[in-house]
Ligand binder design. Structure first.
Ligand SMILES: Cc1cc2nc3c(=O)[nH]c(=O)nc-3n(C[C@H](O)[C@H](O)[C@H](O)COP(=O)(O)O)c2cc1C
Length: 377
């Protein structure tokens, strides 16, 4: 059977399961339309709020790179390096809801077969704030958004009732999701913060509130390194820094661990994998854990701002993967989605060597360990 990249996720048909995440690649209608032309199956808009925000002075995002063949890690732009991570302290869209009205509907009219998800955020401290979530919900769905993604995960919010502070509070997770669900006519996805002890608890709270899917991860809380020459943080404003978010290759294994916890706890629920994806091989790990879509930010930012080469590679990678595995009867994502979910188990369930073979873990030479000592019997 020919490879079929299309999929249905939370009841929405996607021509392929690859989306641009809520971030600079989706901060404008022109970017989003370029992304659709390039082949992305869907986009999540940069998070829309009711009120204008003002970003810090100077750069909002930089990229941490390692010198090839050396230990130097730095954000300074230089040749012969490998990307480790993005680091940002960018706030949500600096364009308020009014700016997006008219633009969202125009995008949807021009690209009816592409999936347009509106990311939204408000406070949650009182009824007025919960009402703001409902205002955003109604406005975006009236514009034709196919789904909503609630941002419970922005890592740099001082307000205790916003962003990742919502995602860290199970009660708020349920209450806000429920408030949105009261007025939503389209599927409601929730994007959770990875900065909690047990993300399964927050995911459960969102499902109790009526969420149709969970997206994860947003960026991980982190600081830039200090430049050893200037003794300044590599990113600062007048000497000051505040925690921002780490994305890109460094967070792929971290985000997979969060995702595995959730897909194992809720194998029948919908999950969108985010974090460190730049090729199909990376996306595959999320799919094998049970994700129905994946989202990309950092890799797309570094590829002409919206990732035309990234999406080309994702599509060709998935097509080749399906062709290579056609003999197993696989022709679409559903044929292999979740296959590795049950291979993630408690540490105690991992096999130990037989007692007579056990030499304190020093059985063989292993990278990072001293040469095994001869064990006298
Ligand atoms: C500069 C920048 C801005 C971002 N803005 C948002 C945002 O407004 N809303 C949101 O939900 N996530 C935001 N994110 C998080 C990304 O959507 C994504 O979850 C994260 O970068 C991990 O994916 P990646 O490893 O592909 O970059 C932002 C990320 C970056 C780098």
């Amino acid at each position: 059977m020919a490879a079929d990249l299309s999929t249905v996720y939370t009841g929405i048909r996607f021509e392929n399961p690859f989306m641009l995440a809520s971030a600079p690649p989706t901060e404008s209608d022109s970017n989003i339309m370029r992304a659709f032309e390039a082949g992305w199956g869907g986009v999540v808009t940069k998070t829309i709020g009711l009120h204008p925000v003002v970003n810090v002075k100077g750069p909002k995002t930089k990229f941490l790179r390692a010198d090839n063949g050396d230990s130097r890690l730095s954000m300074s732009k230089r040749p012969d390096t490998t990307l480790i991570a993005s680091w940002n302290w960018e706030l949500i869209s600096d364009k308020p809801l009014d700016w997006w009205i008219g633009r969202l509907s125009r995008i949807k009219r021009q690209y009816p077969d592409k999936v347009l998800v509106a990311s939204i955020m408000a406070g949650s401290g009182n009824d007025k704030e919960l009402h703001n979530w409902q205002t955003l919900t109604k406005a975006c769905q009236d514009e034709g958004a196919d789904a909503l993604e609630l941002n419970f995960s922005c890592p740099h919010m001082d307000r205790v009732d916003m962003g990742s502070n919502v995602g860290k509070d199970k009660v708020l997770c349920s209450v806000v999701t429920q408030a949105v669900k009261e007025v939503a006519r389209v599927p409601v996805w929730v994007k959770l913060t990875p900065a909690t002890a047990n993300i399964v608890e927050e995911a459960e709270a969102c499902f109790v509130g009526g969420a149709d899917a969970i997206s994860s991860s947003n960026t991980f809380p982190s600081l830039p390194l200090v430049d050893p020459q200037t003794l300044e943080f590599e990113m600062n404003v007048e000497g000051y820094v505040s925690p921002g978010g780490l994305g890109g290759p460094a967070i792929l294994p971290l985000s997979l661990a969060k995702m595995a916890q959730m897909t194992k706890a809720f194998p029948d629920r919908a999950f969108s994998g985010i974090g460190g994806v730049s090729s199909f091989d990376h996306a595959l790990s999320y799919f094998l854990l049970g994700c129905g879509t994946v989202q990309v930010c950092t890799a797309a930012m570094l590829d002409q701002a919206i990732g035309p080469n990234v999406i080309r590679k994702l599509i060709s990678g998935m097509t080749e993967f399906l062709e290579r595995n056609a003999h197993r009867g696989w022709s679409r994502l559903e044929d292999f989605r979740g296959l590795k979910r049950d291979a993630v188990v408690a540490h105690s369930q991992i096999k130990r060597p037989d007692e007579r073979e056990y030499h304190g873990g020093y059985e063989e030479e292993a990278e990072g360990y001293a040469r095994p000592e001869k064990v006298s019997s």
